[in-house]
Ligand binder design. Structure first.
Ligand code: B16
Ligand code: MG
Length: 213
């Protein structure tokens, strides 16, 4: 048995909150006169922290913003995003993810979350998985965002396991970098499936069952 545990990224792996992120940033962009913020720009925000995501958006503006203004903009975006998260329910967890998580749990694997999001607990609660995971490490608990491995190293530490016993599952290139930098094997979904440092490209979330056998 190669891995004793899995550390999952949240946005883009367990759930599809990435669309809400894009729509909320787009709304913020429009409100400050940035009209050319696209989905392609949104893809660069995958996995990176809220403040770094804001910097990616502000590259499209001619204006300079003070640190105070930036904090206010990030807060404004988060309010819009939280309203969208409020519409989520257990029905928003795909059946594929739900049944795979339950099967992994039954097989005795330890399961953790390693997410950049400061809204992690709120999202897990909305999905009815607030107390499912053995460890949750999120954006509130780290001082360095992905591609730094801090979030995954902390999750492994909380599980009481070394990185080589844990598989990291990611959807973002920065997340794959973070996992590899921490000494983890990485499984990738979506764009992360094609990253050089991804050891296990996934066609679907359920492919994890074969890897973990
Ligand atoms: P928040 P993950 C990341 O979550 C998102 O992919 C990224 O788009 C977002 O900027 C970041 O969380 C921070 O989110 O504003 O909720 O703190 O993919 O690491 O689970
Ligand atoms: Mg992600």
């Amino acid at each position: 048995m190669k891995f004793k545990a899995i550390i999952f990224d949240l946005d883009g792996v367990i759930c599809s909150t990435d669309e809400f992120h894009f729509l909320a940033w787009k709304q913020l962009a429009d409100s400050i006169g940035i009209t050319n913020f696209t989905r392609a720009d949104g893809d660069f925000q995958r996995g990176v922290s809220r403040m770094e995501s804001l910097e990616i958006l502000l590259r499209k503006s001619d204006r300079q913003f003070s640190d105070e203004e930036k904090l206010a903009l990030a807060e404004q975006k988060n309010c819009i995003y939280r309203q969208m998260l409020g519409t989520m329910s257990e029905a928003d967890l795909s059946e594929n993810v739900r049944t795979t998580l339950v099967a992994l749990r039954k097989s005795g694997k330890k399961l953790a979350i390693g997410s950049s999001s400061k809204n992690t607990m709120y999202i897990l609660e909305r999905l009815g998985f607030g107390s499912f995971f053995d460890a949750v490490v999120d954006g509130n608990m780290i001082s360095r965002g992905k591609p730094d491995p801090e979030v995954f190293l902390k999750a492994a530490e909380r599980l009481g396991l070394p990185p080589e016993d844990c598989l990291v599952v990611e959807d973002a290139a920065v997340g794959v970098e973070a996992g590899a930098a921490g000494g983890f094997s990485v499984a990738g979904l979506g764009e992360a499936a094609g990253c050089e440092k991804t050891a296990y490209p996934l066609g679907t979330f359920a492919d994890l069952l074969a890897i973990m056998q």
